[in-house]
Design a protein around this ligand. Sequence first.
Ligand code: FMN
Length: 405
Amino acid sequence: MHDMTAKPASSIRSLENQKNHRRFPTTAWMRREAPRHVPRFAYEYGDTGAGNDVGIADNWSAFDAVKIVPRYGVMPSLPPVEVELFGTKYAAPIGIAPMGGPSLVWPGADLLMAKAAQRARVPYTLSVAGGATIEDAAAAAPDVFWLQLYRFWHEDHKIGFDLVRRAQAVNVKVLTLTLDVPVRTTRSRETYAGLAGEFRPTPRMIYEMMIRPRWLWALLRKGYPRFATISQYANSTNTNEVIKYARQRMGGAFSWEEVARYRDAWKGPMTVKGILHPADAEKAVSLGIEGIWMSNHGGRQIEALMPSIDCLPGVAAAVGKKATILLDSGIRSGQDVMRALALGADACFAGKSFLWATAALGDAGPDQLIALYIDELRASLGQIGALSPAEARNATIRHPGKIEF
Ligand SMILES: Cc1cc2nc3c(=O)[nH]c(=O)nc-3n(C[C@H](O)[C@H](O)[C@H](O)COP(=O)(O)O)c2cc1C
């Protein structure tokens, strides 16, 4: 007989979400809680910026400084936030940014994020330095799966073009080339935590793992952090072997000539990530790139890079009519997403906050954070009187950090 008391999975999830929401009403609460549940080195890896973290602080304060004058009397209820990006409909203009090594922060994090994004129908981007294979991530997130590549230059981009082939075979929605890592820089907290090179747990790191039973349990269930996306090329599943192999074959930033070659090889929509200057955005568009992904790598490259939100009006003025504009670096709330939409972005992505959420809440973290971002975005748009994400652009804005190019 049908059990009338049994709740459908989605309603159980939403009750769980409400409970978690009371515990973590904002991402700041998740970040505060995160270090209590994962080894210190893992938290530092996910949370660190370049140098002394000034770039991260600047990204946050640049968002905080953007203020909006609301309009009232137009909004009967919360506005819808669905958007279409590159021909696919998504539940909201907020996605998960590509991250290498998230399974160090929480074992199995790549697929947890992929599945949560699929459930919520928001974009999920696997990093080429991720912990899941392209094929597994595609199976977990078939309708929302994006892939990001770094520059595998060895043997005339043999691995790079093979990754493009694999992406094509599993119907990746959008391919992204990251341009903003021309050099490897120092992240002081990562270095201090003992993670600057290969992964060799020191006695201190082992101690840090032993005192985090929830993380250890996840490790037992999901396995050791691996660079699964590329491990088949190294012919090894050993993390350090794969790191060594990749470092010999990968590095530098894509040149425009290389971008053009990938543009030719890839048959779907494509974005370049890390753009801050309008002239670079125009160059990319002239090569047939459909999406400009603005980013300063979340403050993880050098501290002196301009916050992406402050460069957004210039890039939007240059290419906003010809390309889709995506933006990350410093997003911590639905209000931040609204600010970026108001200044000309079509969608936003978040990195670190997904790691805080997963560290703080375990497997439920990514679902919870997506729900939080969507709820906050709807409330924020409702508050300023925007009837849709696109209407946020009509807002009157104070933006003291805006760069004149
Ligand atoms: C742990 C970690 C690993 C990252 N790895 C990559 C990567 O492999 N490829 C990439 O393009 N960006 C990478 N990024 C940058 C993110 O895609 C994104 O640009 C940044 O995190 C956004 O800023 P936010 O953290 O303030 O949200 C990484 C970020 C973090 C936190």
